[in-house]
Design a protein around this ligand. Structure first.
Ligand code: ADP
Ligand code: GLC
Length: 479
């Protein structure tokens, strides 16, 4: 068994704002089948601890002794709470001064970043390093697996503790757009070595970058699809970090995300069953029974996701009898633009908010799922779509390029197509793809074939879990 500590800022079923949570939640189970003993370290956010028996923040539950305590962790008392469920071990960092508050994991109720985000996640990272260096209850990881900027300092702290050669580290980039920047004045408060504040270290344009720290000091780097791994090394996608990624090219690997097939199981057994789900959706949203495809979209509403170009391209779908139901939340201007659009068009319905159950109904009942992202490290909703025979229409980028087989003449001739891809990622190219989608939908034989292909596409964790297991074993052996 390779022992791995996975440290992240979100994880299903406890806390989720995006795909990171799905991935961090699925990995331990998927990896257990490949000889990996993975334990997870998460922040003890108020809403997370409230879900645990006797785990209220700062409480002293008699039935749950902390497995570690710190009198002063970045300015306050902190302890580690162990939670065991379904054979998994999860450690929550209960640090009330950092995590016991209303609001989201990263932002307050008005949507502003918490002012102390640097300290909050530096604390998480430093606890990851301490567990790695000293172990908990006799368990010490061989590999520390860090996800995104929130655990970016952990490989550096691991070195500072002198544990780095013994415990190896892997830094996974789920999204390079978030880099965990802090002013240089935070070097002292974050306990970072001043000697690392250089271009070859964690300094980034005169600031501190937690993600860059991870990219510089981790032993290996990965991201969540092979195409994004190549894209990251270009100025277009690297967001200023392409240089360090080019330098570390030998250490960077793209491992595609899978989906937890136990969680994302279609609620129907046949295509007739799926048609009923679609009917129910139309009824739920008061949409007329038009002849074209019912498209769905479930997403954070941000620049990344190409929501603005979709607004421009939508007439190409609606004018041909197609419809759209959108579920999302994010940038206020995109939220209101979609609400306004839906109010003026009877073929469009919009729900602003975060709703897991509705996301499932949309993904089950839609004919097609739209993912017009400008960049997409992996993307999960197209994978959920494939599993449910809800054909993905996606931008040709990142993991979307790696997981969908385009209905090009060649893809169709080979009988292999599972969806549609468009490029460049512009409103015009998307409009053309939407027209093509409507045409394909009318060709019932081809569409049904594509649905069957999609549902048979390999979207489970099997392959990627084996790849991670091999990578951990190699890292552990390189002690
Ligand atoms: P990202 O992590 O960039 O947001 P992914 O496609 O990897 O993109 O993952 C998004 C995850 O969040 C999926 O599980 C998706 O179903 C879910 N999701 C996104 N927006 C919503 C929403 N408004 N309601 C429910 N689930 C959502
Ligand atoms: C990020 C990416 C998304 C990816 C997810 C999980 O949030 O934006 O593409 O699927 O992480 O790795």
């Amino acid at each position: 068994m390779t022992r791995v500590l996975s440290v992240a800022s979100e994880c299903v079923p406890f806390i989720k704002t995006g795909g990171l949570a799905d991935v961090v939640g699925a990995l331990p189970g998927a990896l257990a089948r490949h000889g990996v003993d993975m334990r997870v370290l998460l922040p003890g956010y108020r809403q997370v601890l409230a879900q645990l028996p006797g785990g209220a923040p700062g409480a002293k539950p008699s039935d749950r002794a902390p497995v570690a305590e710190w009198d002063n962790l970045f300015g306050g008392f902190a302890r580690l709470i162990e939670h065991r469920a379904d054979g998994r071990v999860i450690w929550f960092l209960d640090a009330p001064h950092l995590f016991d508050r209303d609001g989201g994991p990263y932002v307050d109720r008005s949507g502003r970043d918490w002012a102390d985000n640097a300290e909050r996640f530096a604390a998480l990272s430093s606890v990851a390093a301490m567990i790695s260096a000293e172990g908990i209850g006799g368990w010490t990881p061989q590999v520390l697996h860090c996800h995104d900027w929130q655990s970016g300092f952990a490989p550096l702290y691991l070195r500072e503790l002198g544990a780095a050669p013994r415990v190896r580290s892997l830094m996974t980039i789920h999204n390079i757009a978030f880099q965990g920047m802090a002013p240089a004045s935070m070097i002292g408060p974050l306990g970072l070595p001043r000697s690392g504040f250089t271009r070859d270290g964690y300094e980034f344009w005169d600031n501190i970058s937690a993600l860059k720290a991870g990219l510089v000091y981790a032993d290996k780097l990965s991201t969540v699809s092979p195409t994004y791994a190549s894209e990251l090394m270009t100025p277009e996608f690297g967001m200023g970090l392409e240089g360090i990624l080019q330098q570390r090219q030998e250490d960077l690997v793209g491992i595609l995300n899978g989906i937890d097939e136990d969680i994302w199981t279609p609620p129907f057994k046949s295509l007739a069953g799926k048609a009923k789900c679609r009917q129910a959706l139309r009824a739920e949203f008061g949409l007329p029974d038009w002849p074209g495809p019912l498209c769905v979209l479930v997403s954070r509403l941000t620049e990344q996701k190409g929501i603005d170009i979709l607004l421009q391209a939508l007439p190409a779908l609606l004018d041909r009898g197609g419809q759209l139901i959108l579920l999302g939340s994010g940038a206020p201007e995109l939220e209101s633009a979609f609400l306004d659009y839906a109010a003026g068009h009877e073929g469009v319905a919009t729900t602003i908010g975060y709703d897991e159950a509705l996301a499932r109904r949309l993904i089950a009942g839609g004919d097609a799922i739209l993912v017009p992202s400008r960049f997409e490290p992996c993307g999960l909703t197209q994978l959920y779509g494939l599993r449910h025979g809800t054909l993905p229409l996606v931008g040709l980028t990142g993991g979307l390029a790696d997981t969908v087989i385009n209905a090009s003449p060649a893809g169709l001739a080979a009988g292999a197509a599972t969806g549609l891809q468009f490029h460049p990622i512009t409103a015009q190219a998307l409009a053309q793809a939407l027209m093509k989608l409507v045409n394909l939908f009318q060709d019932r034989e081809t569409w049904t074939r594509m649905m069957k292909n999609a549902m048979a596409a390999p979207v489970s964790w099997d392959h990627s879990a084996a790849t991670y297991a091999k990578l951990y074993a190699e890292l552990a052996a390189s002690e």
